[in-house]
Design a protein around this ligand. Structure first.
Ligand SMILES: [Mn+2]
Length: 349
């Protein structure tokens, strides 16, 4: 990771010192890193006596609810469950901190209110191309595992922590470890020396990594594994270019009673197959859109592919996007055709 800028750290400490009501916002379809960094920051701010509220656009997957352990009742505020209330709460903030996304549009339902806020705006993120213009203060580094890791390094520089991980509130430390663990898929990718240093310091400070791993990996619904079996056995297709893809439409979603979070990390699995260079997972979100996840091996850019063909982007080897219905695709078969066509272009032109 890059060295953190002294001046920015001092400015952040000053903003935390002045704030009375901080809004913490993360990206739509929150994952472990989004929630881990958001609630990690909330627990830290609590310890400084700064009130804060966490906002997300849509629901927290059941599989990640364990990250909310120790958080106040009613957190996070979910915009999809009451946009007006969320917007009015957001409007009363005197400090905004955005975590784990690079552009207000990623906050989905909340994006226009975020733009109109007049309070100081801080970004702490690890995605490519942050929209620096929209923020007063940016901590952006792509050479870290996760937003949770970057936040950890930032908090370690705050005067009340001053390099001592055991000075972080225990719930904060646990949340940061959780976010880093899910974004690295338990140290399988995006693991830097700074990541291992963080893990080492947090374990020494008493974080119970075993119980975090249990919460993340041993607590899924049976339906997830039934669906995974079906997808790998009957749906997975591998193209001559080494693109493995799976399309999950409404019909199978109903049949396997798929809920938010059930398909987490499915996209990573086909990369384990020899000769596969890129894996794409397409999941129908509703009548109007398919959500797309793209993963690639080193030397192949998931980010460019997602940007060129799926209205998205993210990291070099892990990115996301969408396909609109009916502008881009209609049914699962046409999603398959679309993926085959654009990846043939991507690898051969
Ligand atoms: Mn992340």
């Amino acid at each position: 990771m890059d060295t953190l800028d002294r001046q920015s750290l001092a400015r952040l400490d000053e903003l935390f010192g002045k704030a009375t009501n901080t809004a913490i916002v993360t990206h739509v379809h929150p994952d472990g890193d989004a929630l881990g960094s958001s609630f990690g920051l909330q627990h830290y701010l609590n310890s400084r006596g700064v009130a804060s509220t966490v906002f997300v656009s849509d629901e927290v997957p059941e599989t990640l609810r364990f990250v909310l352990e120790g958080a106040a009742e009613g957190q996070p505020i979910v915009a999809a469950e009451g946009l007006e209330r969320a917007e009015s709460l957001l409007a009363s903030a005197d400090l905004l901190v955005c975590l784990d996304f690079n552009n207000f549009s990623r906050a989905d339902l909340l994006s226009s209110s975020l733009k109109s806020l007049s309070c100081p705006k801080v970004l702490i993120d690890h995605h490519l191309r942050p929209d620096r213009e929209s923020f007063d203060l940016c901590f952006s580094d792509t050479q870290v595992s996760s937003a949770s890791e970057l936040l950890y390094h930032v908090l370690m520089e705050m005067p009340d922590v001053s390099g001592d991980a055991s000075a972080l509130p225990p719930h904060c430390a646990r949340c940061l470890m959780t976010g880093m663990t899910t974004d690295t898929n338990n140290f399988a990718n995006s693991t830097y020396p700074s990541t291992l240093e963080m893990a080492s310091k947090l374990i020494a400070a008493g974080v119970d990594r075993d119980s975090i791993l249990y919460g993340i990996y041993n607590n899924y619904r049976e339906e997830r594994y039934r669906l995974l079996g079906h997808l790998l056995s009957d749906v997975l297709t591998i193209t001559p270019d080494g693109v493995a893809y799976m399309v999950l439409g409404e019909e199978d979603k109903r049949k396997f009673d798929v809920r938010e979070g059930d398909t987490e990390a499915f996209v990573n699995m086909p990369l384990g197959i020899r000769g596969v260079r890129m894996s794409i997972f397409a999941k129908q979100q509703d009548e109007s859109v398919y959500r797309i996840s793209v993963r690639s091996e080193k030397g192949v850019s998931a980010n460019v592919c997602a940007g060129n063909y799926f209205h998205g982007g993210g990291h070099e080897n892990a990115a996301g996007g969408r396909l609109e219905i009916p502008a881009d695709v209609t049914d699962p078969q046409s999603v398959a055709t679309y993926i085959e066509t654009v990846t043939r272009k991507f690898f051969n032109e």
